[in-house]
Design a protein around this ligand. Structure first.
Ligand code: ADP
Length: 203
């Protein structure tokens, strides 16, 4: 029963897709408090990578909670399901050769471990945006800290519930005193060896 299917029926492998795109696909996962700078850095990174010819896709609360996960709330069970689906989508993107840039608070080691386990540790690049809470709160980009302090939002990360310092991040960036452009340079410096296909071909 050998050769039932002709060669052209074989699925196109991830490696072939990565070679077509001239990149190595990875999940770049920004974790940190609300207002720490995750979305800003994810967006700046995507734009810069795009300008340099790399294909990536951002996943964040805006496109996930309003779309595929719009049936989920904030119970413990729903939070786990939310993160599980995000991880599975990330994995699909990575398997299609695309660099997946995720920006989620993901406050606990358990949450981040769920993603790492699904994606696979070798493809999971965790970046801790370590901006202190005082700075995040003074920014209060979405007015959420004010609501949390007023008791309108219960269990807000950093106020009503803890943020656990990541133990497995490949990089920490505190955005308090440095510009987005400087942050971007630091990010690219760390990430290029991971996503650049030249790394393997010159080895
Ligand atoms: P998060 O996605 O973590 O909730 P945002 O990116 O939405 O955070 O908000 C971060 C805020 O901090 C934005 O208003 C951004 O302009 C500001 N900011 C100032 N400096 C920086 C920096 N170096 N990196 C990222 N954000 C910065």
């Amino acid at each position: 029963m050998k050769h039932i299917y002709p060669d052209f029926v074989k699925i196109v492998s991830r490696t072939e897709k990565e070679q077509m795109l001239h990149q190595k696909s990875r999940v770049i996962w920004f974790t940190g408090l609300s207002g720490s700078g995750k979305t800003t850095l994810a967006t700046a990174l995507e734009r810069d990578l795009f300008n340099k010819g790399y294909l990536s896709q951002i996943l964040d609360g805006d496109n996930i909670r309003t779309g595929i996960n719009n049936n989920l709330g904030f119970s413990n069970e729903d939070r786990v399901e939310n993160i599980r689906r995000i991880a599975e989508i990330s994995k699909l993107l990575v398997n299609s050769g695309v660099i997946c840039i995720c920006a989620f608070v993901s406050p606990t080691e358990e949450t981040r471990k769920i993603v790492r386990d699904i994606v696979g540790p070798e493809d999971f690049l965790e970046i801790f945006v370590s901006t202190p809470i005082e700075v995040c709160e003074s920014r209060d980009v979405k007015g959420l800290y004010r609501k949390a302090r007023a008791g309108v939002i219960k269990d807000f990360t950093g106020i009503g519930s803890p943020f656990e310092i990541p133990q497995h991040s490949i990089l920490s960036i505190d955005t308090s005193d440095i510009s987005v452009e400087e942050c971007l340079k630091i990010l690219l410096n760390r990430l290029f060896p991971e996503i650049s296909i030249q790394k393997n071909t010159t080895e």
